[in-house]
Design a protein around this ligand. Sequence first.
Ligand SMILES: Nc1ncnc2c1ncn2[C@@H]1O[C@H](COP(=O)(O)OP(=O)(O)OP(=O)(O)O)[C@@H](O)[C@H]1O
Ligand SMILES: [Mg+2]
Length: 249
Amino acid sequence: MILDLSGVYKDFKGLQVLNDVNLTIQEGECHAVIGPNGAGKSTLFNVITGKYRPSRGRIRFASKDITHLAPHAILRLGLARSFQITNVFPGMTVYENLRNAVLSAQKIRFSFTRLNRLEAVRAKTLKLVHTLTLDAIQDVPARELAYGQQRALEVGIALATEPRLILLDEPTAGMTKEQTREAVSLIKRITQGKTVMVVEHDMEVVFSMADRITVLSYGEVLATGSPDEIRSNERVKKAYLGKKDARTA
Ligand SMILES: Nc1ncnc2c1ncn2[C@@H]1O[C@H](COP(=O)(O)OP(=O)(O)OP(=O)(O)O)[C@@H](O)[C@H]1O
Ligand SMILES: [Mg+2]
């Protein structure tokens, strides 16, 4: 197991947002977190990445207690997050954006000798460009990319740190069905074999991507299980999946 949350609580001035969350992430799995608006999904990510401190409980990542670590320290251990608010620089090309990410990742996670530093950065950047299948447009400014390609670039920027766990909060937010389909197949491909935790509202996406699913409702874990187990779970059906449109549930 790579991540282990045990008895995690978070409240904001008396508002209980996470309530005794127990959750483990296995190495190599794609783990989706679903639940109605306001269930506490983003807060869960914020607590894991160190943006907020849990009010109670313990979080372990790669066998280390990270409960009280600052975000940059957690990132340095290999836990990365792709933000909904993009960290893509619109005026920079795809290559420059990724190079920039590799450079800053290098500062926090890798150390090369001076001599092979530039070559190593170049090689890493090109490998990322290739993984993202953005080779043909590597010299195009990011602002000219299609929406799905921009999202791919964002995930690529998060991947630049070669994280051991990557968190994606609503990677298909604001996309049309068609864009969602493209983005999902791309995200699936570039995160293959990696450990991913993803918050997603589109149930088709969730059931096609996830190895395991955790359902949050009012800050509590209703259930964790395989897509089949979640689909047939009575409590989940009642609280969430039974609703016609999970988005507005
Ligand atoms: N920094 C904060 N201060 C006070 N309340 C907060 C803060 N962050 C989140 N909340 C509250 O915590 C609750 C859960 O919010 P959160 O954003 O985690 O939900 P979510 O499951 O991600 O919802 P959505 O599906 O809409 O993204 C909400 O009631 C929200 O208003
Ligand atoms: Mg959210």
